[in-house]
Design a protein around this ligand. Sequence first.
Ligand SMILES: Cc1ncc(COP(=O)(O)O)c(C=O)c1O
Length: 346
Amino acid sequence: MSSLKSGEVGSRLEQFPRERLAHLPTPLSFLPRLSSALDGPPIWIKRDDCTGLATGGNKARKLEYLMGAARTEGADGVITFGALQSNHARQTAAAAAALGLTCDLILVTNVEYWEPAWDVSGNRLLDEVLGARIHIAADEPAAVHQLKILLEAAQDDGRRLYVVPIGGSNAVGALGYVGCAVELIAQSNNLGIHPSAVVNATSSLGTQAGLLVGFQASGSPISVRSVNVSASEERLQFAELRKICDATASLLDVPPPDNDCLRIESGFLGPSYGVPTEAMREAVKLLARLEGILLDPVYTGKAMAWLIHEIREDRLNKDRPVIFLHTGGSPGLFAYPQFLTEHPDH
Ligand SMILES: Cc1ncc(COP(=O)(O)O)c(C=O)c1O
Protein backbone atom coordinates (compact mmCIF):
# COMPACT_ATOMS: atom_id res chain seq x y z
CA MET A 1 0.00 0.00 0.00
CA SER A 2 1.55 3.40 -0.92
CA SER A 3 1.20 6.51 1.25
CA LEU A 4 -1.86 8.75 1.16
CA LYS A 5 -2.15 12.53 0.93
CA SER A 6 -2.23 14.00 4.47
CA GLY A 7 -5.76 15.27 3.70
CA GLU A 8 -6.84 11.68 3.08
CA VAL A 9 -5.36 10.55 6.38
CA GLY A 10 -7.35 13.40 7.97
CA SER A 11 -10.54 12.15 6.26
CA ARG A 12 -9.97 8.64 7.61
CA LEU A 13 -9.84 10.07 11.13
CA GLU A 14 -13.34 11.44 10.64
CA GLN A 15 -14.89 7.98 10.80
CA PHE A 16 -14.09 7.61 14.53
CA PRO A 17 -16.35 8.88 17.33
CA ARG A 18 -14.83 12.04 18.80
CA GLU A 19 -15.67 14.55 21.53
CA ARG A 20 -14.32 18.05 20.85
CA LEU A 21 -12.28 18.88 23.93
CA ALA A 22 -9.08 20.50 22.65
CA HIS A 23 -8.34 23.94 21.21
CA LEU A 24 -7.04 22.99 17.78
CA PRO A 25 -4.96 23.59 15.78
CA THR A 26 -2.32 24.48 18.34
CA PRO A 27 0.23 27.11 17.24
CA LEU A 28 3.52 26.21 15.56
CA SER A 29 5.93 29.02 16.47
CA PHE A 30 9.57 29.89 15.90
CA LEU A 31 11.83 30.21 18.98
CA PRO A 32 14.22 33.00 17.92
CA ARG A 33 16.10 33.53 21.19
CA LEU A 34 16.64 29.84 21.95
CA SER A 35 17.73 29.16 18.35
CA SER A 36 20.23 31.99 18.47
CA ALA A 37 21.55 31.05 21.94
CA LEU A 38 22.23 27.45 20.86
CA ASP A 39 23.47 28.40 17.38
CA GLY A 40 22.19 25.20 15.79
CA PRO A 41 19.16 24.51 13.57
CA PRO A 42 16.14 26.84 13.68
CA ILE A 43 14.00 25.56 16.58
CA TRP A 44 10.22 25.65 16.29
CA ILE A 45 7.74 24.67 18.96
CA LYS A 46 4.38 22.95 18.54
CA ARG A 47 2.27 24.27 21.40
CA ASP A 48 0.27 21.26 22.56
CA ASP A 49 0.63 22.74 26.02
CA CYS A 50 -2.09 25.08 24.69
CA THR A 51 -4.75 22.43 23.99
CA GLY A 52 -6.79 24.14 26.68
CA LEU A 53 -8.20 21.27 28.74
CA ALA A 54 -7.49 22.20 32.39
CA THR A 55 -4.13 23.87 31.54
CA GLY A 56 -3.54 21.88 28.34
CA GLY A 57 -1.22 19.06 27.30
CA ASN A 58 -1.01 16.11 24.95
CA LYS A 59 -3.72 14.03 26.62
CA ALA A 60 -6.45 16.33 25.28
CA ARG A 61 -5.96 15.06 21.72
CA LYS A 62 -6.04 11.42 22.84
CA LEU A 63 -9.03 11.98 25.11
CA GLU A 64 -11.10 13.36 22.22
CA TYR A 65 -11.13 9.85 20.70
CA LEU A 66 -11.11 7.90 23.99
CA MET A 67 -14.10 9.86 25.27
CA GLY A 68 -15.76 9.39 21.89
CA ALA A 69 -15.37 5.63 22.37
CA ALA A 70 -16.61 5.85 26.00
CA ARG A 71 -19.74 7.71 24.88
CA THR A 72 -20.35 5.23 22.03
CA GLU A 73 -20.17 2.36 24.54
CA GLY A 74 -22.76 4.10 26.75
CA ALA A 75 -20.40 4.67 29.68
CA ASP A 76 -21.55 6.91 32.53
CA GLY A 77 -18.08 7.17 34.03
CA VAL A 78 -14.39 6.68 33.30
CA ILE A 79 -11.55 5.23 35.29
CA THR A 80 -7.82 5.54 34.69
CA PHE A 81 -4.38 5.23 36.30
CA GLY A 82 -1.29 7.36 36.67
CA ALA A 83 1.47 8.51 38.99
CA LEU A 84 0.49 10.84 41.82
CA GLN A 85 1.49 13.84 39.66
CA SER A 86 0.02 12.42 36.44
CA ASN A 87 -0.94 14.98 33.77
CA HIS A 88 -2.98 12.25 32.10
CA ALA A 89 -5.08 11.79 35.25
CA ARG A 90 -5.68 15.55 35.53
CA GLN A 91 -6.77 15.92 31.92
CA THR A 92 -8.97 12.80 32.11
CA ALA A 93 -10.68 14.29 35.18
CA ALA A 94 -11.26 17.52 33.22
CA ALA A 95 -12.61 15.70 30.15
CA ALA A 96 -14.99 13.65 32.31
CA ALA A 97 -16.22 16.79 34.08
CA ALA A 98 -16.83 18.54 30.75
CA LEU A 99 -18.88 15.60 29.50
CA GLY A 100 -20.83 14.96 32.71
CA LEU A 101 -19.18 11.60 33.42
CA THR A 102 -17.83 10.40 36.76
CA CYS A 103 -14.07 9.98 37.03
CA ASP A 104 -12.15 7.55 39.24
CA LEU A 105 -8.38 7.99 39.32
CA ILE A 106 -6.10 5.27 40.67
CA LEU A 107 -2.88 7.08 41.54
CA VAL A 108 0.26 5.05 42.17
CA THR A 109 2.75 6.41 44.71
CA ASN A 110 5.91 4.49 43.76
CA VAL A 111 7.88 7.35 42.16
CA GLU A 112 11.38 7.47 43.68
CA TYR A 113 11.26 11.17 44.54
CA TRP A 114 9.55 13.19 47.20
CA GLU A 115 9.48 16.73 48.49
CA PRO A 116 6.72 18.31 50.64
CA ALA A 117 4.66 19.80 47.77
CA TRP A 118 4.65 16.54 45.86
CA ASP A 119 1.64 14.96 47.59
CA VAL A 120 -0.58 18.01 47.67
CA SER A 121 0.19 20.49 44.89
CA GLY A 122 0.38 20.52 41.08
CA ASN A 123 -1.72 17.91 39.30
CA ARG A 124 -2.71 16.21 42.57
CA LEU A 125 -4.43 19.41 43.70
CA LEU A 126 -6.12 19.92 40.33
CA ASP A 127 -7.53 16.36 40.39
CA GLU A 128 -9.37 17.29 43.60
CA VAL A 129 -10.56 20.62 42.22
CA LEU A 130 -11.89 18.83 39.11
CA GLY A 131 -13.99 16.55 41.30
CA ALA A 132 -12.32 13.20 40.55
CA ARG A 133 -12.61 10.36 43.06
CA ILE A 134 -9.06 9.49 44.04
CA HIS A 135 -7.79 6.06 45.05
CA ILE A 136 -4.19 5.68 46.16
CA ALA A 137 -2.25 2.50 45.31
CA ALA A 138 1.26 1.60 46.45
CA ASP A 139 2.31 -0.11 43.21
CA GLU A 140 0.99 -1.52 39.89
CA PRO A 141 -0.41 -4.81 41.29
CA ALA A 142 -2.30 -2.84 43.96
CA ALA A 143 -3.65 -0.54 41.23
CA VAL A 144 -4.91 -3.50 39.19
CA HIS A 145 -6.59 -4.89 42.32
CA GLN A 146 -8.24 -1.52 42.97
CA LEU A 147 -9.48 -1.42 39.37
CA LYS A 148 -11.13 -4.81 39.78
CA ILE A 149 -12.91 -3.69 42.97
CA LEU A 150 -14.18 -0.49 41.34
CA LEU A 151 -15.41 -2.27 38.20
CA GLU A 152 -17.26 -4.88 40.29
CA ALA A 153 -18.87 -2.20 42.46
CA ALA A 154 -19.98 -0.28 39.33
CA GLN A 155 -21.47 -3.43 37.85
CA ASP A 156 -23.40 -4.13 41.06
CA ASP A 157 -24.81 -0.60 40.87
CA GLY A 158 -25.83 -1.07 37.24
CA ARG A 159 -23.26 1.50 36.09
CA ARG A 160 -20.90 1.28 33.14
CA LEU A 161 -17.31 2.50 33.51
CA TYR A 162 -14.97 2.96 30.55
CA VAL A 163 -11.34 2.13 31.35
CA VAL A 164 -8.92 4.64 29.83
CA PRO A 165 -5.49 2.98 29.49
CA ILE A 166 -2.48 4.46 31.26
CA GLY A 167 -1.39 7.62 29.46
CA GLY A 168 -4.36 7.26 27.10
CA SER A 169 -2.03 5.11 24.99
CA ASN A 170 -3.82 2.57 22.88
CA ALA A 171 -4.70 2.72 19.19
CA VAL A 172 -7.83 4.82 19.83
CA GLY A 173 -5.90 7.38 21.90
CA ALA A 174 -3.03 7.46 19.38
CA LEU A 175 -5.47 8.65 16.69
CA GLY A 176 -5.20 12.06 18.38
CA TYR A 177 -1.52 12.19 17.41
CA VAL A 178 -2.16 10.96 13.89
CA GLY A 179 -4.26 14.13 13.75
CA CYS A 180 -1.37 16.16 15.15
CA ALA A 181 0.95 14.82 12.43
CA VAL A 182 -1.57 15.86 9.76
CA GLU A 183 -1.84 19.29 11.41
CA LEU A 184 1.97 19.69 11.50
CA ILE A 185 2.33 18.79 7.82
CA ALA A 186 -0.28 21.41 6.86
CA GLN A 187 1.29 24.08 9.12
CA SER A 188 4.83 23.40 7.84
CA ASN A 189 3.57 23.63 4.23
CA ASN A 190 1.79 26.91 4.94
CA LEU A 191 4.90 28.35 6.60
CA GLY A 192 7.17 27.04 3.82
CA ILE A 193 9.44 25.17 6.26
CA HIS A 194 10.89 21.68 5.81
CA PRO A 195 11.52 20.26 9.29
CA SER A 196 13.93 17.34 9.67
CA ALA A 197 12.40 16.04 12.91
CA VAL A 198 9.86 16.37 15.67
CA VAL A 199 11.27 15.91 19.18
CA ASN A 200 8.98 14.77 22.00
CA ALA A 201 9.00 13.20 25.46
CA THR A 202 7.87 9.60 25.35
CA SER A 203 6.52 7.45 28.17
CA SER A 204 3.37 5.41 27.50
CA LEU A 205 4.24 5.83 23.78
CA GLY A 206 0.86 6.82 22.29
CA THR A 207 2.03 10.29 21.25
CA GLN A 208 5.05 8.84 19.47
CA ALA A 209 3.03 6.04 17.83
CA GLY A 210 0.38 8.44 16.54
CA LEU A 211 3.00 10.79 15.05
CA LEU A 212 4.86 7.90 13.41
CA VAL A 213 1.73 6.46 11.85
CA GLY A 214 0.50 9.91 10.75
CA PHE A 215 3.79 10.95 9.10
CA GLN A 216 4.39 7.60 7.45
CA ALA A 217 0.82 7.24 6.15
CA SER A 218 1.06 10.76 4.69
CA GLY A 219 4.44 10.07 3.04
CA SER A 220 6.12 12.81 5.11
CA PRO A 221 9.93 12.69 5.54
CA ILE A 222 9.73 14.24 9.05
CA SER A 223 11.37 11.86 11.54
CA VAL A 224 10.22 11.42 15.14
CA ARG A 225 12.94 11.62 17.81
CA SER A 226 11.28 10.57 21.05
CA VAL A 227 13.16 10.97 24.32
CA ASN A 228 12.57 8.32 26.96
CA VAL A 229 11.39 9.66 30.33
CA SER A 230 9.90 6.41 31.62
CA ALA A 231 11.47 3.71 33.78
CA SER A 232 10.42 0.82 31.50
CA GLU A 233 13.09 -1.42 30.05
CA GLU A 234 14.12 -0.35 26.54
CA ARG A 235 13.36 -3.74 24.97
CA LEU A 236 9.84 -3.80 26.44
CA GLN A 237 9.23 -0.22 25.37
CA PHE A 238 10.22 -0.96 21.81
CA ALA A 239 7.87 -3.97 21.69
CA GLU A 240 5.03 -1.87 23.12
CA LEU A 241 5.69 0.92 20.62
CA ARG A 242 5.60 -1.60 17.76
CA LYS A 243 2.30 -2.92 19.10
CA ILE A 244 0.61 0.51 19.38
CA CYS A 245 1.90 1.57 15.94
CA ASP A 246 0.56 -1.61 14.32
CA ALA A 247 -2.82 -1.37 16.05
CA THR A 248 -3.19 2.32 15.13
CA ALA A 249 -2.21 1.73 11.50
CA SER A 250 -4.63 -1.17 11.33
CA LEU A 251 -7.52 0.94 12.72
CA LEU A 252 -6.87 3.49 9.97
CA ASP A 253 -6.12 0.87 7.33
CA VAL A 254 -2.76 2.44 6.46
CA PRO A 255 0.71 0.83 6.29
CA PRO A 256 2.46 0.61 9.69
CA PRO A 257 5.76 2.50 10.11
CA ASP A 258 9.00 0.57 9.49
CA ASN A 259 11.08 -0.61 12.44
CA ASP A 260 13.95 1.74 11.59
CA CYS A 261 11.64 4.79 12.10
CA LEU A 262 10.92 3.73 15.67
CA ARG A 263 13.59 5.59 17.65
CA ILE A 264 13.62 5.99 21.41
CA GLU A 265 16.42 8.31 22.54
CA SER A 266 17.96 7.44 25.91
CA GLY A 267 20.32 9.07 28.40
CA PHE A 268 18.10 11.86 29.76
CA LEU A 269 15.78 10.00 32.12
CA GLY A 270 18.12 10.40 35.11
CA PRO A 271 17.77 7.89 37.96
CA SER A 272 14.12 7.10 37.18
CA TYR A 273 10.67 8.35 36.12
CA GLY A 274 9.73 11.58 37.88
CA VAL A 275 13.16 12.00 39.49
CA PRO A 276 14.46 15.46 38.58
CA THR A 277 17.85 16.02 36.91
CA GLU A 278 20.28 18.93 36.58
CA ALA A 279 19.90 18.89 32.77
CA MET A 280 16.10 19.14 33.14
CA ARG A 281 16.44 22.11 35.49
CA GLU A 282 18.75 23.88 33.05
CA ALA A 283 16.33 23.23 30.16
CA VAL A 284 13.26 24.40 32.10
CA LYS A 285 15.00 27.62 33.12
CA LEU A 286 16.46 28.25 29.66
CA LEU A 287 13.04 28.04 27.96
CA ALA A 288 11.41 30.14 30.67
CA ARG A 289 14.07 32.86 30.55
CA LEU A 290 14.73 33.02 26.82
CA GLU A 291 11.21 32.44 25.49
CA GLY A 292 8.79 32.86 28.42
CA ILE A 293 7.60 29.27 27.93
CA LEU A 294 6.98 26.88 30.83
CA LEU A 295 8.10 23.28 30.35
CA ASP A 296 7.60 20.60 33.02
CA PRO A 297 9.99 18.65 35.25
CA VAL A 298 8.93 15.07 34.37
CA TYR A 299 8.52 15.04 30.58
CA THR A 300 9.22 18.10 28.44
CA GLY A 301 12.11 19.37 30.60
CA LYS A 302 13.99 16.10 30.06
CA ALA A 303 13.14 15.97 26.33
CA MET A 304 14.34 19.57 25.87
CA ALA A 305 17.53 18.68 27.77
CA TRP A 306 18.18 16.01 25.12
CA LEU A 307 17.57 18.47 22.28
CA ILE A 308 19.91 21.07 23.82
CA HIS A 309 22.60 18.40 24.21
CA GLU A 310 22.24 17.18 20.62
CA ILE A 311 22.59 20.75 19.33
CA ARG A 312 25.61 21.48 21.53
CA GLU A 313 27.23 18.28 20.27
CA ASP A 314 26.50 19.45 16.70
CA ARG A 315 24.56 16.27 15.90
CA LEU A 316 21.58 17.88 14.13
CA ASN A 317 21.41 19.22 10.59
CA LYS A 318 21.78 23.01 10.97
CA ASP A 319 20.04 23.75 7.68
CA ARG A 320 16.72 22.14 8.49
CA PRO A 321 14.34 23.29 11.23
CA VAL A 322 13.59 21.00 14.14
CA ILE A 323 10.22 21.04 15.90
CA PHE A 324 9.95 20.54 19.66
CA LEU A 325 6.52 19.15 20.54
CA HIS A 326 5.52 20.77 23.83
CA THR A 327 3.24 18.17 25.37
CA GLY A 328 2.30 20.25 28.43
CA GLY A 329 2.68 19.32 32.09
CA SER A 330 3.46 22.74 33.60
CA PRO A 331 1.27 22.06 36.72
CA GLY A 332 4.04 19.59 37.61
CA LEU A 333 6.38 22.55 38.27
CA PHE A 334 4.41 23.30 41.44
CA ALA A 335 5.23 19.83 42.82
CA TYR A 336 9.01 20.45 42.63
CA PRO A 337 9.56 23.92 44.19
CA GLN A 338 12.52 22.84 46.32
CA PHE A 339 14.42 21.23 43.47
CA LEU A 340 13.70 24.04 41.02
CA THR A 341 14.84 26.79 43.40
CA GLU A 342 17.83 25.03 44.98
CA HIS A 343 20.26 26.92 42.74
CA PRO A 344 18.61 30.28 42.11
CA ASP A 345 21.44 31.49 39.82
CA HIS A 346 20.85 28.92 37.07
C1 LIG B 1 3.45 16.41 29.73
C2 LIG B 1 3.60 15.08 29.10
N1 LIG B 1 4.44 14.95 28.05
C3 LIG B 1 4.64 13.77 27.44
C4 LIG B 1 3.99 12.64 27.87
C5 LIG B 1 4.29 11.36 27.18
O1 LIG B 1 3.30 11.01 26.29
P1 LIG B 1 3.01 9.46 26.01
O2 LIG B 1 2.52 8.91 27.31
O3 LIG B 1 2.00 9.47 24.94
O4 LIG B 1 4.30 8.84 25.63
C6 LIG B 1 3.09 12.72 28.94
C7 LIG B 1 2.39 11.50 29.43
O5 LIG B 1 1.86 11.44 30.48
C8 LIG B 1 2.89 13.97 29.58
O6 LIG B 1 2.05 14.10 30.62
